[in-house]
Ligand binder design. Structure first.
Ligand SMILES: [Mg+2]
Length: 168
């Protein structure tokens, strides 16, 4: 179980994603979590740097998709701004929404990365699907009360990974 919570790699934020490194790893599709990964929780305003990043990846031939447990209208707004497909109310870490995202992008699990801030949804779900999992620490500390409870557990897991030198 613990192993399934462990991301393949860690990045400070989506802005630190290394396009060339991902290409070298054979990645050509990226699934993005929305809240606290692409935008701060419940915010729809994308940072211009994030828009630029998505454009850069698009120009390099990457397929992308937003996969979020949030409601459709929020996910749709951001996805439309970025002109990429989305899956909302995704019920991560369940497998079917990830499968839907792969279908939208037309990529196989081994050539797909997932980027997200939560070990118990984004990383666990991605690892179950055998995707290339990238953990980015949450952009803000504001979130659902239920998420906050999970976060306490998550912090323990992160501490343990850090002690083992798996995460920085
Ligand atoms: Mg999130």
């Amino acid at each position: 179980m613990l192993q399934k919570l462990c991301p393949r790699v860690q990045a400070e934020s989506v802005l630190e994603l290394d396009l060339v490194e991902l290409q070298k790893a054979g990645i050509r599709g990226i699934i993005f979590d929305l809240d606290n990964t692409l935008v701060e929780w419940k915010q729809d305003n994308l940072a211009p740097e994030v828009v630029d990043l998505i454009t850069k990846f698009k120009e390099a031939g990457f397929k992308m998709c937003i996969l979020s447990n949030a409601l459709e209208h929020r996910v749709e707004t951001v996805a439309n701004l970025l002109a990429i497909p989305y899956v909302s109310r995704a019920a991560k870490p369940r497998k079917f929404p990830f499968k839907k995202a792969l279908e939208y992008m037309g990529t196989e699990p081994e050539e797909t990365a997932v980027v997200g801030d939560q070990l118990f949804t984004d990383i666990f779900g991605g690892n179950r699907m055998e995707l290339y999992t990238i953990w980015t620490p949450p952009l803000s500390t504001t979130e659902f009360i239920s998420t906050k409870a999970v976060r306490r557990l998550e912090r323990l897991v992160i501490k343990r990974f850090r002690r083992k030198g798996i995460l920085q």
